[in-house]
Design a binder for this molecule. Structure first.
Ligand code: GTP
Ligand code: MG
Length: 227
């Protein structure tokens, strides 16, 4: 199941955002910008379908679904413009093409820890997939306790005029890791308002990340024994 947090690019909205941020004359061409969005969105659909197919195949052959669910999202133009400013990238179409890989994103929530690498291997072994970036926050969790495997893959999209490739960001994590990340995200957001709470819960949250990992590992053990 893919939950679609659909956010189709609305050109009117994009122009308004660009004007609001005073960037309208720095971005050379709204049309090229929307072309990038289109390509990234189609690449996202390709990757989503590949992952659904892999899950179907695994389920048919091994009676197990590695994927619990997936969520797709397109970065909205306002956050894209904010990111370009924050990271100090050039405000040009070429710079967006070269630097921003997470306009199209898919989160793959797996049932068990082992499924993360099962999904990764099966995807990146496909001939038309190229891994552009890989960050393994599972082998090496972040200092706050965050765990996930982040990939950026590039995939071809077949357009009327021929094939073009585009990058898609993939976050692969278990249900427990996903649950943890949602809470931590909420806390971090709230902490802008109340820094005392940040202090209060940071250590506790890190500890829950470790506990969740232990629980998921033992549940995986039980499940495998029952298979
Ligand atoms: P950004 O995309 O600007 O964040 O840069 P990056 O490519 O350096 O980031 P990274 O690959 O580390 O993380 C990308 C995404 O992973 C973020 O946008 C979040 O969705 C998620 N993420 C990373 N670190 C954390 C974290 O500590 N907590 C939570 N809840 N999510 C995180
Ligand atoms: Mg990001």
């Amino acid at each position: 199941m893919i939950l679609q947090r659909r956010n189709f690019l609305n050109l009117g909205e994009l122009q308004r955002q660009m004007e609001l941020s005073g960037l309208n004359d720095r971005l050379d061409n709204v049309q090229r910008f929307s072309q990038i969005y289109l390509l990234r969105r189609l690449a996202l659909k390709e990757v989503g379908t590949k992952l659904e197919n892999l899950d179907d195949e695994y389920s048919a052959l091994h009676f197990h679904n590695p994927i619990h669910h997936m969520e797709e999202r397109m970065k909205n133009p306002a956050s894209l413009l904010e990111k370009i400013e924050r990271k100090g990238y050039g405000m040009t179409i070429d710079s967006i093409q070269e630097n921003v890989f997470d306009i199209a994103g898919i989160r793959v929530v797996t049932n068990y820890i082992d499924d993360i690498h099962r999904v990764e291997d099966a995807l990146v072994n496909q001939d038309d997939i190229t891994v552009v970036k890989r960050k393994d926050y599972i082998t090496k969790p972040k200092s706050n306790g965050y765990r996930s495997l982040h990939l950026v893959v590039s995939v071809p999209v077949f357009l009327a005029e021929g094939a073009q490739t585009a990058p898609v960001e993939i976050q692969i994590r278990t249900i427990g890791m996903d649950m943890w990340a949602s809470l931590e995200h909420k806390l971090r957001y709230k902490n802008h308002i109340d820094p005392d709470k940040a202090q209060k819960y940071a250590g506790q949250l890190k500890d829950t990340a470790r506990q969740l990992n232990q629980i998921e590992a033992s549940m995986q053990g039980i499940y495998q024994d029952l298979l």
